[in-house]
Design a protein around this ligand. Structure first.
Ligand SMILES: Cc1cc2nc3c(=O)[nH]c(=O)nc-3n(C[C@H](O)[C@H](O)[C@H](O)COP(=O)(O)OP(=O)(O)OC[C@H]3O[C@@H](n4cnc5c(N)ncnc54)[C@H](O)[C@@H]3O)c2cc1C
Length: 655
């Protein structure tokens, strides 16, 4: 329960308890997403005169302003976003021009059940379409007309697409490693890493290459977070191999999301104070209750203090994954501001650290920002004029890269790259106004401490020129570098905290959205607790902002838990099939026998179409025999266990 209302859980947790209808429980299920949730609550008392101070102008801060206005009925003019940088958007960036080269620190893989994000963007006017259309309309129309898929998701041996790259390549034992993680309780996974649970064989499989490069997981990251990803994206698992499970924006994330959202907020009267960092807060403490009374700031005009009046709200970001980004280019290696001892002074992490020394309710920031060797990676944005590099990528794309349609269809990962290098060309133009013959390509790598296979340096030691050389080696076109480099501009971004949100964590390391006892403060972004959602997404930033607004205003409205796709038997069945390398899993043929002639036949993945009737019967018989043997052994084991258990009970009774 995040709010103070006795009846309302503003962020209900679907995994906490059995849910059923009773006269005392008439709200929809905790994870019901749909139009019934679209109602607007009535304005709360005094809302016209309350103010909100929002710290951080990324998607979380902007979403907080949006929900204060749409669902909280707060006048836009009462809201101020305070942003340390000179521009809004935070990690959602996109800048540059064809002469200097474009830069995006990241790309945007998304899926259709980012329900909070879409809830917001269905009410934000579209960037390009006429009045009446929303950003969601624009996004869907782009993706429905031009589906995403990849024909070269995994590559190796300098330019060769891996045969059968959509198959996960997991043995039965390795499939069980996945299933056993799904079965574990969340509270059993404190501080464990992925490598603690999975075998070396699993960590060398196609599945792991697909999964870790798609979501940017390292073997030393949080096992709990990986589990949450497995649950959230279970419905998409059969689309991991060819990326058909993903949707992408038309342009880069800044133009697609930030431009229309900030325009709307400004039109509603929201004030944005750029170039102002919030360093600390003043609190009035009354027994267990904490109320923010002031914000300490530093800006171009020096240090200052913003008084927070009674009734006013503070919604603040705790830490940013793109803080302290170091930039480089064709001939310049990015240099970090600070390598050891945590984030640079005055960074976004500073505010969280100052809160955390006051009370454990504010969590443990150093768990996330304390070891940059484990949270850092680098991306490169290539602005390419026609050259053999674009020609090679054309071969690997599903449409002509300059056609405006899906190109590589998500990242291509080189499985024998020491850096675990990946590249992608999203729909072009990636920037409004980008010249027709120019292609913007995004490159990133996971391992920052390994020398390249061609350039014998680590990625952070390389110039843009050297990174292009390493990339061309993996594409099998290193001999054409002289024809490529003059037509390619590179901009680099080395991000020390880019996967800080994935660092191993335990309960209490991330604060609650409204930490215990706080009367007017909520924390948002990637480093606060949600019951079941994953991090490293725009969705979780919007989710936490929405929870913050509903809780602080005590609105009679809920932020539904994750869309319940993981419980859908169809997703479980197709997931089991995908895990089993696309082949029928044990027991599946039997299910076909039972259900094949019933109403439920459609829930089963079809059996391979190239099997004749005789083969099909043979395989069913083999499956039955196998199940009988295994079932016999399992039943025998179970009977012995029951005997032992009954014996123990008797013994306890005698004692
Ligand atoms: C390389 C990369 C790839 C990504 N890929 C995906 C993807 O495929 N799919 C997806 O959904 N998401 C992806 N993301 C994640 C997504 O972009 C972020 O989760 C989201 O943008 C975070 O938004 P935020 O507002 O919570 O924080 P940020 O955007 O990090 O916001 C931080 C902003 O707040 C300001 N700020 C912070 N503290 C203070 C302070 N004390 N005072 C003043 N200002 C402050 C900072 O200056 C900054 O502008 C990716 C991100 C990156 C960088």
């Amino acid at each position: 329960m995040t709010g103070s209302s006795p009846r309302f859980e503003h962020a209900p947790d679907a995994t906490r308890r059995y849910w059923h209808n009773t006269p005392l429980n008439t709200l929809p299920p905790p994870d019901m997403v749909g139009n019934y949730q679209r109602f607007k609550p009535l304005p709360t008392e005094g809302i016209q005169s309350r103010k909100a101070w929002i710290v951080g102008g990324g998607i979380a801060g902007m979403a907080a302003a949006f929900y204060l206005i749409r669902d909280g009925h707060m006048p836009g003019a009462n809201i101020t976003i305070i942003e340390g940088a000179g521009i809004e958007g935070g990690s959602l960036d996109g800048a540059g021009n064809p002469e200097d080269g474009y830069i995006v620190r990241g790309g945007r893989e998304m899926n259709w059940n980012y329900d909070n994000l879409w809830d917001m963007f269905q009410d934000v006017p579209a960037l390009e379409l006429p009045e009446g259309f929303s950003v969601l309309d624009e996004y869907r129309l782009a993706n429905d007309a031009d589906p995403n898929w990849s024909k070269s998701r995994l590559m190796h041996k300098q330019g060769q697409v891996l045969p059968d790259f959509t198959r996960f390549g997991l043995s039965r034992k390795q499939q069980w490693e996945v299933v056993s993680l799904l079965l574990k309780r969340k509270d059993q996974l404190d501080d464990l890493t992925i490598a603690d649970h999975f075998s070396e064989g699993f960590l060398a499989s196609n599945f792991w290459f697909l999964f870790r490069s798609m979501f940017a997981f390292e073997n030393w990251h949080s096992l709990l977070e990986m589990k949450l990803y497995m649950h959230r994206f279970l419905d998409a698992i059969d689309g991991f191999g060819d990326m058909s499970a993903l949707v992408f924006p038309k342009f880069n994330q800044y133009d697609t999301f930030v431009t229309p959202l900030i325009k709307l907020l400004r039109e509603k009267g929201v004030q944005v104070r750029l170039g102002t960092q919030v360093l600390d807060m003043d609190f009035e403490v009354d027994n267990e209750q904490r109320t923010v009374t002031g914000l300490h700031t530093r800006g171009d005009d020096g240090e200052g203090r913003i008084a927070v009046a009674p009734g006013d709200l503070v919604i603040a970001l705790t830490g940013s994954m793109t803080e302290d980004t170091a930039y480089g280019d064709m001939d310049t290696v990015p240099v970090l501001k600070k390598r050891h001892g945590g984030p640079a002074e005055g960074s976004s992490w500073g505010l969280w650290r100052n809160l955390a020394v006051r009370s454990p309710v504010f969590g443990n920031p150093d768990k996330f920002c304390g070891d940059i060797d484990r949270s850092m990676w680098e991306s490169a944005t290539l602005t390419c004029k026609p050259s053999p590099l674009v020609d090679k990528l054309r071969e690997l794309s599903v449409n002509e890269p300059t056609s405006g349609r899906t190109a590589t269809g998500g990242i291509i990962t080189f499985t024998d790259s020491n850096w675990v290098l990946s590249i992608t060309i999203n729909r072009q133009p990636h920037f409004p106004g980008q010249p027709k013959d120019t292609v913007v390509m995004w490159v990133y790598a996971l391992l920052m401490d390994q020398p390249g296979n061609f350039v014998k340096k680590t990625m952070p030691e390389c110039t843009g020129r050297e990174i292009v050389a390493e990339l061309c080696h993996h594409l099998g076109i290193a001999d054409q570098l002289d024809a490529i480099l003059p037509h390619t501009k590179v901009r680099l971004a080395l991000m020390p905290y880019i996967t800080a949100q994935f660092m191993p964590r335990a309960a209490g390391d991330r604060p609650q959205v409204v930490p215990a006892g706080c009367t007017n403060l909520a924390l948002v972004g990637q480093f606060v607790e949600t019951a079941n959602d994953v991090v490293f997404t725009m969705e979780s930033s919007v989710r936490t902002a929405r929870i913050a607004v509903y809780s602080l205003l005590d609105l009679p409205k809920q932020v539904p838990d994750l869309s319940p796709t993981q419980y859908d038997i169809r997703n479980l069945l197709k997931g089991a099939r995908a895990l089993n390398n696309g082949e029928p899993f044990i027991g599946e043929r039997l299910l076909h026998k039972f259900l094949g002639d019933t109403y439920f036949a459609h829930i089963l993945p079809p059996l391979p179409s190239n099997e004749g009737e005789a083969t099909r019967r043979e395989r069913l018989e083999a499956e039955l025999a196998g199940l009988k043997d295994k079932g016999g052994a399992v039943l025998q084991g179970f009977a012995q266990w029951l005997d032992r258990f009954a014996g123990q009970l008797r013994k306890r009774g005698d004692d």
